[in-house]
Design a protein around this ligand. Structure first.
Ligand SMILES: C[S@@+](CC[C@H](N)C(=O)[O-])C[C@H]1O[C@@H](n2cnc3c(N)ncnc32)[C@H](O)[C@@H]1O
Length: 678
């Protein structure tokens, strides 16, 4: 797969109805069962290679091969990473999710207004559900997956019934005695299992990245090589930005040969050509140590700066950069060397020969900068500058580098990440009174977000969220810089283990820890802002949290895996008389319909009335959803009069009134409004 190729909006993921199921009128957009290339991709391919077009909009593969000529790899031995189960990964990617996200407002903060999301669920299913709504919208993905150390838990994917596995795992359906454990090193498929888990997730996650987006993955030594190859394959080797080493701890007695003190952060761009340069803030340490001078006069009086010699010995000799400079007492100085003219004047150029020193600037630049107050003369008996006779000078010439300009420019970050050790994350969680051992310091994630350019309104996703360090980092970054930094954290409700400190503290799952940590961070930030003026409306930070929970779709799905037989068939038919799952609320349905229509679940919805029926306006009225079960001609006309782009109604709304449904379809069609029933 070409790393850089732009992917068409995927046709994998949510699909409430089944081809064999009840007659659910799913529009084309909702049908995500396709195992073939999407329309967009196909059109793109044929635009590039029109000679490969066959009848009926299909591709003539032989002609495509001819068109590609020598670019086709024909060798039998190819470079790349293979493992047991790789082919099945594509099936896992393409099999749709039959799940939904159920809103949990009771666990949330500022439900109505926030863009911050925590989803409790298996991330493969969730990534599928998010495909349409967040396709190409995420600025940064940071993940910290299991390192495959032999003791960390790897959630078992079964692509054939992936949601079912999850529902059993979380006790939402009978688990039939299944036990989920760790990926032991003694297991013959140790690396393969891990890669089978990672490949589909990174594939789907990459779809969500913006063109200027960044993927950052924390990883240990065990899987560093495999993960690098996997990412090279999925995102393109040319898009690898770097592999950072993070100091986890210093010293220690663990290990036979070396005690592991670092882990790594792999950083990939979605498209390195589009990604801007990385800069980080200049450290206070550097400011304090280096920017020690303060201008006493001139246009920049009072500003901090540092000085740098205008002569540097490492410079290659440039013809026009060796000249005389007049110092305040009239002494002429020049970089050291052996070429000197018989008569010397200020600004006189002396063509350098081998070994002659030169200034960093041409004389013109020197004059301009000098006029701006950016040159400083310092009396010195240690200068390497010389006079016109080659004798040691008594002055040195410096240029001024202003702190304010450097602060604006920032600093190119080094790829060793220090000051983010494990002990820092432990301390951070201790301060929040939350027991959890495997977290990363939120300051590490905050630094990565800021280096990668996560700005106002840019969304960050973490689908191995653990205790929610990424959400914590986003909230802190927003506080520091102002504005909002929305985040999405996805975390499996992995049980904490009955004997664990987490369990004893009342957290049954890691997802519970994640939610509670973020609620506490929000409270702490709000408390610290209490009474401050900058919390008034315009600049009000987003200190909310929307919690969702992965569950089976609100729409009954025809279960082809049920045993054959008249009774079983009869039961399933009866269940499908009402194809909405019992006990689900209108809010649940709305959340699913938003996702299926390609809107983020946080999209603002306005409740309205259409001829006495409740309806919902989405995205300034482009989408209109009516979940009433007794629709009328008047309601249909009222909806059409609002001129939305699309109307979605429940199939039940037309039950027993086929004529009304036909009329509704006609009314909407004549007004150019797409109409769907679910
Ligand atoms: C190393 S921890 C992440 C720690 C996190 N960075 C922090 O600072 O707290 C990895 C997390 O991924 C979660 N996880 C593993 N498989 C998952 C899956 N299929 N879906 C969602 N989360 C999963 C585990 O429960 C674990 O909490």
């Amino acid at each position: 797969m070409a790393g850089n190729a732009t992917r068409a909006k995927p046709e994998v993921a949510v699909a409430p109805g089944s081809e064999n199921g009840r007659a659910v009128a799913l529009p084309e957009r909702f049908d995500l069962r396709s195992h073939s290339i999407s329309e967009d991709k196909l059109r793109g391919l044929l635009r590039l290679f029109p000679e490969a077009a066959a009848e009926g909009g299909k591709v003539d593969f032989n002609r495509l091969r001819l068109a590609l000529g020598e670019s086709v790899e024909t060798g039998r031995e190819r470079f790349g990473l293979t493992w047991a189960g790789k082919a099945d990964c594509f099936t896992a990617i393409q099999s749709p999710s039959l799940g939904t996200l159920l809103p949990a407002p009771e666990q949330s903060v500022d439900w109505e207004s926030t863009e911050n999301v925590v989803i409790e669920g298996d991330n493969l299913e969730v990534l599928k559900l998010l495909q349409k709504s967040y396709f190409g919208k995420i600025k940064m993905i940071y993940i910290d997956p299991p390192y495959n150390t032999g003791s960390d838990f790897i959630y078992p994917d079964n692509y054939a019934e992936s949601l079912q596995t999850y529902l059993e795992y979380t006790g939402q359906v009978d688990p039939e005695g299944k036990v989920y454990g760790t990926n032991a090193e003694t297991d013959g498929r140790f690396h393969s299992k891990w890669l089978n888990m990672m490949f589909p997730r990174i594939y789907l996650a990459a779809n969500l990245l913006r063109d200027d987006g960044v993927l950052a993955i924390s990883i240990g030594e065990n899987e560093l090589g495999n993960l690098t190859q996997l990412c090279n394959e999925l995102l393109g080797e040319e898009n690898r930005v770097t592999i950072c080493s993070r100091v986890m701890k210093t010293g220690g007695q663990k290990g036979l040969h070396f005690s592991p003190c670092v882990d790594y952060v792999l950083i990939y761009a979605k498209d390195i050509e589009i990604l801007g340069p990385f800069r980080q803030d200049i450290s206070q340490n550097l400011i304090d140590k280096v920017y020690t001078k303060i201008a006493e006069s001139g246009p920049r009086k009072g500003e901090r700066y540092r000085i740098m010699g205008l002569y540097q010995p490492y410079l290659d000799p440039r013809a026009n950069q060796r000249y005389f400079i007049g110092c305040p007492d009239g002494q002429l100085v020049i970089p050291p060397g052996s070429t000197f003219p018989s008569v010397a004047t200020e600004g006189q150029i002396v063509k350098p020969t081998d070994g002659d020193g030169v200034w960093r600037w041409t004389y013109e630049t020197y004059k301009q900068e000098s006029d701006k107050g950016n040159v400083e003369f310092v009396k010195s008996d240690k200068t390497s500058l010389v006079t016109p006779s080659g004798k040691p000078a008594t002055w040195n010439v410096y240029t001024r580098i202003w702190l304010n300009e450097r602060l604006e420019e920032g600093q190119v970050p080094g790829n060793i990440l220090e000051r983010f050790e494990n002990r820092h994350s432990s301390a951070e969680l201790k301060e929040l009174d939350i027991p959890f051992e495997f977290s990363k310091p939120s300051t590490l994630v905050k630094l990565l977000m800021s280096i990668c350019g996560v700005g106002e309104g840019d969304i960050t996703l973490d689908f191995f969220a653990g205790s929610g360090s990424t959400g914590h980092a986003a909230l802190e970054l927003a506080k520091e810089r102002g504005g909002t930094r929305p985040f999405i954290c996805v975390q499996l409700p992995e049980p904490t283990g009955i004997e664990s400190a987490e369990h004893k503290a009342g957290y049954k799952t890691i997802a519970d820890i994640c939610k509670e940590r973020l609620r506490r961070v929000i409270k702490r930030l709000n408390d610290s802002d209490h009474g401050k003026l900058d919390r008034v409306e315009a600049g009000k930070p987003d200190r909310g949290l929307r919690v969702y929970r992965l569950a089976a779709s609100n729409f009954q799905v025809w279960d082809s895996a049920r045993p054959d037989g008249v009774d079983s068939l009869q039961r399933q038919l009866t269940e499908h008389v009402d194809h909405l799952v019992k006990g689900r609320s209108e809010q649940d349905l709305l959340a699913e319909l938003l996702l299926k229509s390609g809107y983020p679940p946080t999209t603002h919805i306005q409740g309205i009335s259409v001829s006495d029926k409740a309806a919902y306006k989405v995205s300034a009225g482009q989408l209109l959803i009516c979940l009433d079960r007794q629709l009328t001609h008047e309601a249909v006309r009222a909806m059409a009069d609002l001129k939305p782009d699309r109307v979605v109604c429940l199939d039940e709304g037309f039950v027993g009134n086929d004529q009304l449904k036909v009329n509704a379809a006609q009314t909407f069609k004549t007004k150019g409004i797409a109409f769907q029933t679910v």
